[in-house]
Design a binder for this molecule. Structure first.
Ligand code: HEM
Length: 250
């Protein structure tokens, strides 16, 4: 089948000094909450991380978490119970288990979102991975998610799509997937004036999923840069030491 390669997008978190745009992440969270969370969990991400990561206050995170119900227990009587979520809880699954998730979605369980932005991306065979050492390309995941969400189209002439699946030439595993086109224009209301289009929603939710999978990206880039600066200075010092130790005596 003709698999389409995701187009590379401009992301604020790309490059040596990449950083997350908190406004974009907040919009992405809104798209996730209002649309994707009906099917996709994010079980490795705790609500409390929204405070530092997306720039919300303690009270805002508490209020946000309280919209969710989570399973807890067993209590004193050995019974499980549900309660309102608190900031230390994680984004729960909308389904009680994988079987129920698959049954509600034509046999394909919606994958958990915690690491999805790192689980998909550009497949890099030899020799590209050699270049990755010098110029790593980390943004293949969000490129892919953006391409998938904006890539639904009518199947070409002669292509049969299995019942309950939807043609999308960007989907890596087949030419159609069990997820119907989840986004349409004006579906989610933005209060910061960003365009309410499928393209913008896809961009924002992809950035948000990158943050979910790689919340320490900015710190890591900063540390990496400082390490390079240190190594450069250290190389200079070693060179000077070498010159002085092996200096000719006569
Ligand atoms: C799969 C994103 C909303 C049901 C996926 C995948 C991604 C994704 C990245 C993985 C594709 C792959 O395996 O390569 C999103 C986003 C959403 C969203 C960003 C919100 C904007 C929904 C909704 C539903 C849903 C609302 C249910 C009504 C599924 C299912 C699969 C899937 C069943 C598995 C498809 C298959 O393997 O055939 N989604 N999704 N998704 N999603 Fe969604």
């Amino acid at each position: 089948y003709p698999l389409h390669k995701p187009e590379q997008q401009d992301w604020t978190f790309a490059g040596l000094f990449g950083h997350y745009d908190k406004g974009q992440l907040q919009r992405g969270l809104k798209v996730y909450t209002e649309v994707c969370s009906a099917c996709h969990s994010m079980e490795l991400v705790a609500f409390r991380t929204l405070e530092h990561g997306l720039g919300y206050s303690d009270a805002q995170v508490k209020a946000f978490a309280a919209n969710y119900e989570v399973q807890d227990g067993p209590n004193g009587d050995g019974e499980m119970f549900t309660r309102k979520a608190v900031p230390s809880d994680h984004f729960p699954s909308p389904f009680p288990n994988k079987e129920a998730a698959a049954a509600a979605n034509n046999g394909a369980a919606p994958p958990d979102f915690s690491l999805i932005a790192k689980a998909r991306g550009i497949e890099r065979g030899f020799p590209q991975f050699v270049f990755d050492i010098f110029w790593p390309y980390q943004e293949g995941g969000p490129d892919y998610i953006h391409a998938l969400l904006t890539g639904y189209q009518e199947p070409p002439e002669g292509v049969q799509v299995a019942e309950g699946t939807h043609y999308n030439p960007y989907f890596v595993s087949a030419s159609a997937l069990a997820m119907a086109k989840p986004l349409s224009d004006d579906q989610v209301t933005y209060d910061d004036g960003a365009p309410q289009t499928v393209d913008q929603y896809a961009r924002d939710v992809s950035a948000f999923l990158m943050w979910a999978a790689e919340p320490h990206l900015e710190d890591r880039k900063r540390t990496g840069f400082m390490v390079m600066v240190f190594l450069l200075i250290f190389t200079g010092l070693i060179y000077l030491t070498k010159k002085s130790v092996y200096a000719s005596k006569d």
